[in-house]
Design a protein around this ligand. Sequence first.
Ligand SMILES: [Zn+2]
Length: 562
Amino acid sequence: MKRSWLFSTILALGAVASAASAGEATLILTNGKVWTENPVQPEAQAVALDGTTILAVGDDASIKKLAGAGTQTIDLKGKRVLPGFNDAHVHFLDGGGSLIGVPLGDANSQADFKERVAKFAKTLPKGAWLRNGNWDHQRWTPAVLPNHQLIDEVSGDHPALLWRLDGHMALANALALKLAGVDKNTKDVPGGEIERDKDGNPTGILKDAATDLVERVMPPLTPVEQDLAMEAAMKEAASHGVTSVQNMADTSEDRNQANIFREFEKMERTGKLTVRVYEALSIRDWKTLTDTGVVAPFGGPHLRLGNLKAFADGAIGSATAWMMAPFSDNPTNSGLASPDLLDSEHFYQSMQGADKAGLQITIHAIGDRANKTILDLYERLLKEDGPADRRARIEHVQHLDPADYPRFAKLGVIASMQPYHAIDDGRWAERPLGPVRIKSSYAWKSLLDAGATLAFGSDWPVAPLDPVMGIYAAATRRTLDGKTPNGWVPEQKITVAQAVHAYTVGSAFAEHQETVKGSIAPGKLADLVVLSDDIFAIPPAAIEKTKVEMTIFDGKVIYQRK
Ligand SMILES: [Zn+2]
């Protein structure tokens, strides 16, 4: 089964045509401020594209000479241009799935809420779930939570699990509660609450861990829903200037990955793909890939394979990050190693097997002990198998022992980090970490100072698919609650230029693609983003308001702000 999808994938990728052909410019961008990320020519005024590649970069006069009769010209009116953003860590289809639900984000009353559910339910195939929602009861008066009775009669045969915008509670309808077996007799789960009425019956509101009770009976997206999710995800990416994504297997047990990769292939084959994808499959499939002869990065300019994802631990919010010392708010708990690491010798053997075959390895590590353990394993790999262009990665790298900063550069391990997590988690992370460990958390500056390569991403849908917000987070470290105007652990702030580099060249390097993308230079892929403001000139705190004006992918304008 696994083998056959892989073979069909390889045949499909082999069919990708090479696009380059010489000639006059197809599209010219003039009168801009071009930040090239090319050290030979860091700034420019204009860019000429030839189909899917960049033809020339220079001043208006020289670039205009490349125009012919069929050339389209865009006047950038002095706006800032950057290389298209490359998000080094996403869960793309999950993200898309989070966008295709009942639009409840601006429901302004319970009646409005009900009407929207009724309308949306009519568009769904029989039995399909009502998902997502993004509602906020604070928008209506009085601000009381909705209950299942509100939507039961209008949701028909559609079970519903509709999330509040903060992701900490959801409304299930009676049908969903029934399918999940949640009733008066169901006990609360640790870390969660089933809200009840005065008679003890569930109201439909499930908080935190209690939402799992219903989530675990939700089926995966149907093929039709999956297409919709994919299209929504690509639209979202384009609106944020994201022209490349590195898609991660969700868990080590991710049985949905074949489905997701088929969806990417389908979009690629039908010419609908508007984002370049580098896919990381679960490391548990390393044998299948090595047996097939796949070497990273295998594929064409749109869709590639060769990365393998594994997990060293959990997360800080759920106290499952694997730490060297106990959490400050729980002296008996130091977190957990992931199931992948329980038999670390077996795990190392799969790393080594994959590495020898030329595959790339990418390992999730949040806690300081998890990071140290993975660095140790990479060090062993280097010692036993010698130097190679392996681009070994650690994902998240959130909490480090300062003694490990220099090991990233020394071992050639890429720190793939998500700056938005710092301004989100920074609101509460001192509680579990304490005042000392927060100093080496999300330690971008210390890592850069120690010579590490940073690749930035979002972890969408855990955080917004929005590199501009990521750059803002990296350069300000202002937490989302507004309580740290000078930045949370401000000594770890980095410059806007460093953050942009990590979102372009850094993430291209992390997928073996820095020779074809990540900078605006002749011969590179024609992926560009135009911003509403010059983020290098405005105060970093103002970057939050900066918008993407235009996104160019493969030489074509795929997004323009209205
Ligand atoms: Zn992730």
